[in-house]
Ligand binder design. Sequence first.
Ligand code: ADP
Length: 572
Amino acid sequence: MANAPHGGILKDLLARDEDIHHQLKDESLILDDIILSDRQLCDLELIINGGFSPLEGFMSQRDYDSVVDTLRLADGTLFPMPVTLDVSREVVDRLSLAKDKRVTLRDPRDGQGIAILTIDNIYKPDRVREAVKVLGADDPAHPSVVYLRTRVKEFYVGGRVSAIQAPAYFDYVPFRYTPAELRAHFKKLAWRKIVAFQTRNPMHRAHRELTVRAARQHQANVLIHPVVGLTKPGDVDHYTRVRVYKAIMAKYPNGMAHLALLPLAMRMAGPREAVWHAIIRKNYGATHFIVGRDHAGPGKNSYGKDFYGPYDAQELVSKYRDELHITMVPFQQMTYLPSTDEYMPADEVPSGVPTLDISGTELRRRLKTGATIPDWFSYDAVVKTLRESYPPRLKQGFVIFLSGLYNSGYDTVARALQTVFNEQGGRSTSLLLGDLTCNNNESDHTLSREERYNHLQRVGFVASELARAGAAVIAAPFAPHEAGRQAVRKAVTLQGASGGNFFIIHVATPIEYCEKTDRRGVYAQARAGIVKGLSGVDEDFEVPKDANLTVDLTEHSIPQVVHSALLFCLLQ
Ligand code: ADP
């Protein structure tokens, strides 16, 4: 525990003699362990570094029930968010044998022991009640409800922790501060008032104006304190965002603002989350905290309505202002006024004055098409960074997947496409022919159904990695069944932004023709029973229902097919 200049008492569990950490590390080796989930690791990091002060462990049942019902720990201290360690029944069975009720909590990435938990109690939460009380509804449109339903295990384990070490990071290390380090930094710079800005999105001009206004109003310095733990699924990845934040820092006057990263796992719980964020920022030494429009909002519910009102978060933070020890700086929606080239909160805009906004959806559309993003909205350096991570369609990689019967000509089309893309230039081209991606160069026509599915999964993985790196990938493994083709589609489209371009060309040359022109005699061998499981002979061929292009080489020439393929791949 350390009494710091800013933010009051800090439960910094890392601030102990090195000897004690070594001793705990040795002890941890002989204890049973729990491998943490990514979210639990984020939570544990903030427990041990004091970001969640006054917590000193995962919540026991009394604290959990009290927090869910009243936003307070059992002793009455304000703390609005359950911070719990969920485990499966199998783990509970193991824990009943734990020596002295102690268990090591391990980092899922490298297996390192982060803390030793002394079990206080194990309980079974009512996850529906938790969703309704904490998130406002048990509605699967809420990302944390999905998490509760699909990821959270049956039991919660409560108890105090003793810190062994902080989790190790290799990215943006200079920007990662513990609360004690950040407080010390502010002390060194003699910053007395610090207004913290929470964000999980790229920052643009509106956000810079918001923070500068807050600083002016309160004669404070600015802490840009973005979340890099877990945010809403589908958000811009933290690597891109931190590059954006670094670019934005150059837009503040020298010495005015500081960037520090917060390894928080957000719950997108709107008002409750805003109170939680305020407590966390107080622990990190901030004196003021910005709460704008729809703070930590998860978007629309299943009925198409926002989960929380746009200013509910401000109301709840304001309700607890006397206990928070950090001052909220509320803002209405910041909007751009073209007439004066400035940003203003909506409630200060004189009536009748025209305003402009670009929504998140519109921004994503412009990134996708390469359309201009105006100077009034963002900064060149920010837009450049976003465009690198989200290249326009024309620069994105893609996968063309060919399907067809054996000897239908799908591999000839694949080779022709490769030469045309090579001729065109601009991006690298990869040809994944079935026989080349198989073990020992065996033919993928002879694989069993199961082997073929596994083979297609590997092809999908490789294709998606190549497409993500911007390549034109032509994949032509033998894939007579829907399940295998869908496995490849799933691998590619899951890559999101730049790997999501997946096209199927079905080469529907009739089997009679395939058989007649089969120089290798595979069909003849199949008819004679020497080769087994050849699609079209003694195994079915499922015609793809989702082909972008269907061609028949008895009717279409290869150049015609290639031309049609180019039209839909390159001119989307
Ligand atoms: P979060 O999900 O945590 O709210 P954002 O990055 O979207 O993350 O927003 C960060 C903070 O900035 C929040 O307090 C939000 O209300 C505020 N904010 C973002 N954009 C605006 C805007 N245009 N006007 C007012 N407040 C905003």
